[in-house]
Design a protein around this ligand. Sequence first.
Ligand code: SAM
Length: 280
Amino acid sequence: MLSYRHSFHAGNHADVLKHTVQSLIIESLKEKDKPFLYLDTHAGAGRYQLSGEHAERTGEYLEGIARLWQRDDVPQEMAAYMSAINYFNRNENLRYYPGSPLIARHLLREDDKLHMTELHPSDFPLLRNEFQKDDRARVLRADGYQQLKAQLPPPSRRGLILMDPPYELKTDYQDVVKGIQEGYKRFATGTYAIWYPVVMRQQIKRMLRELEATGIRRILQIELGVRPDSDQRGMTASGMIVINPPWKLEQQMNKVLPWLLEVLVPNGNGHQLVKWVVPE
Ligand code: SAM
């Protein structure tokens, strides 16, 4: 069952948070000359048209990236993320939203590598087309979780693994933890960034407990909420769990989140969090 299409949600508040964290990690990895692998296990279509039928139908980007677009007080920490948004919208209008693969493509260097997997029969060819001329990239129609066994450790022994499943299957929560364990066994020094939605808070608490129980250390949680937790349907917050975060990430997100909260949730019903689930 693959009914989730990211085109309905591209550029929403959750993407803004996810891609800000993703770009900060990439920029930190670039501080050393040595190349690294960017592995995107659930990559999506790559590029999303904000005036397209899907994005227009939900209008989620209007409460996400549209609120940041062309503001002149965006924090310096978000410069890399905004440079990708600007690159794909070179005239004045906000027409496209770059997904995680295109943000990575924009920020990575010549010797870095991008490996991406996507299963959806409509999104996979779109993603493959985006990267046809990019020698650094490998795009596979394959299961993302399997890549943590198949592609790690990378020859460069440096890397960011982004896991961004749709959580349309309840098993996704456990599969993420199992995938991380498999990856970590092979590549304990990699940086792993896992996106999560808060739909039912209990599911996230359970996933965090299971991650803690793996014995893995250095797990940072970053969250931005747009509404109080609720039992009703719908996402009230989203977050990133980062294993082995770059040392600056905690401090950078402590600067960025208050600004994002003000801009994305002006009614004051939101919340922010940067917390070590498991420290050093
Ligand atoms: N990471 C993308 C971004 O930030 O632009 C968005 C990804 S979207 C949230 C999740 C994607 O995972 C969907 O496109 C879905 O088709 C795909 N997917 C679902 N199950 C998968 C699996 N087991 N392996 C790989 N991709 C999968």
